[in-house]
Design a protein around this ligand. Structure first.
Ligand code: ADP
Ligand code: MG
Length: 363
């Protein structure tokens, strides 16, 4: 359905995409992952002709879309794009957002476009919001409307550029559910995403972009569980854990908690475990501060989807004591809370660093 041959894109001297070739079949769902700046957005924008490739060939159903005679509007209708920032028309109602393009560009009657608009709103769970204005909706609802607006053009292919990254963590899943549903219905989709678990269960193939090329590709199992190449391995490892360095006892606990919250929601960690983890981190860090432990402290959270195990690693400079061995009444309550949350703990120390490993109970 989509054939990309030797696609390259330069911005001035900067070579962003280098000689990318790929073939995408009808009904495939391709997740595109990779470090920021690796050219993921540029890749989608080239496929959608929002950016003009420097060289190479892209054809859709055998038609070369880079040909000067190609009707760009028609290509974009067949291959519609959903952006990170919704881009809804704020002065129009939700329903008007959905009917504008079908009436103007597809020549549909207003009545027909409205009927279809209502159907789409029901499909995305917003049947009762047709007369609302975008600003009256939450971010998750806005993004669902943006997806419905895209569907109103009856595209064969949908391109998503980080559809959930502008959303509050609590709203990510409502948008992902809608995209999952479209995948089940057999739409062909290319999705740039940071939601690794979502990518794992929705995609037929995963492209890992790095160094301006599709550095590695494969099934979700291959890329997430058994990546072959070094950079892919390192990237996947980084995605699976949360890492933060605290430089002093005056660290920003609110921002740390927000990172933990977002990590947990990305990995669909159950609510009870999230609360336990947040509580554990707070209590342990209080003890670190009380034990006049030296900084920096490196915190790593690992979550195994397979077992549901959450693991918290705290690395501190050599010589600092194990905060879980603090004596005295002041620490008794904290220690007992921590004790109740843990299934196991290990403290190791070497010349270079001390490592405290905490394993949360699995509720
Ligand atoms: P990603 O989406 O993977 O984060 P992008 O495709 O947005 O990456 O960007 C890839 C590289 O191209 C970056 O170095 C970015 O600064 C550069 N870039 C993107 N768009 C433009 C542009 N319009 N002009 C110049 N450089 C750009
Ligand atoms: Mg991008």
């Amino acid at each position: 359905m989509i054939r990309i041959e030797h696609l390259s894109k330069n911005f001035g001297n900067l070579s962003v995409l280098r000689d990318i070739s790929a073939e995408i079949e009808k009904g495939e769902v391709i997740s595109i992952i990779g470090p920021s700046g690796s050219g993921k957005s540029t890749f989608l924008r080239c496929v959608n002709l929002l950016d003009r490739p420097t060289s190479g060939k892209i054809s859709i159903n055998g038609v070369n879309i880079l040909d000067r005679h190609t009707d760009v509007a028609r290509v974009r209708q067949k291959m519609n794009m959903v952006f990170q920032a919704f881009n809804l028309f704020t002065h129009l109602t939700v329903l008007e957002n959905l009917t504008l393009a079908p009436v103007k560009l597809l020549g549909r009657s207003r009545q027909e476009a409205e009927r279809k608009g209502h159907d789409l709103l029901r499909l995305i769970g917003l049947g009762e919001k047709s007369m609302s204005y975008p600003d009256e909706l939450s971010g998750g609802q806005k993004q669902r409307v943006a997806i419905a607006r895209c569907l109103a053009m009856e595209p064969e292919i949908i391109l998503f550029d980080e559809p959930t990254s502008a959303l509050d963590p609590t709203m990510v899943s409502e948008v992902l559910s809608v995209i999952r549903r479209l995948a089940k219905e057999g739409l062909t989709m290319l999705i740039v995403t940071h939601e690794m678990d979502f990518a794992r269960d929705v995609s037929t193939r995963v492209f890992y972009l790095d160094e301006g090329t599709i550095y590695e590709q494969g099934t979700p199992g291959e890329i997430f569980d058994n990546p072959c190449k070094e950079k892919t391995k390192a990237f996947i490892r980084r995605q699976q854990s949360l890492y933060q360095r605290l430089f002093s006892a005056d660290f920003d606990l609110y921002s740390l908690n927000a990172e933990v919250e977002s990590f947990c929601s990305r990995h669909l960690v159950p609510l009870k475990s999230r609360h336990d983890l947040t509580l554990l981190i707070e209590e342990v860090l209080q003890l670190y501060c009380a034990s006049s432990s030296s900084f920096p402290i490196d915190i790593t959270v690992n979550y195994s989807e397979k077992t549901g195990q959450l693991e918290l690693l705290l690395e501190s400079p050599p010589g600092s004591a194990n905060p879980l061995e603090l004596q005295g009444e002041d620490y008794a309550l904290g220690l007992s809370i921590i004790g109740n949350l843990l299934q196991d703990r290990k403290f190791t120390h070497s010349e270079n660093r001390n490592i405290l490993k905490l394993y949360l109970k699995n509720p």
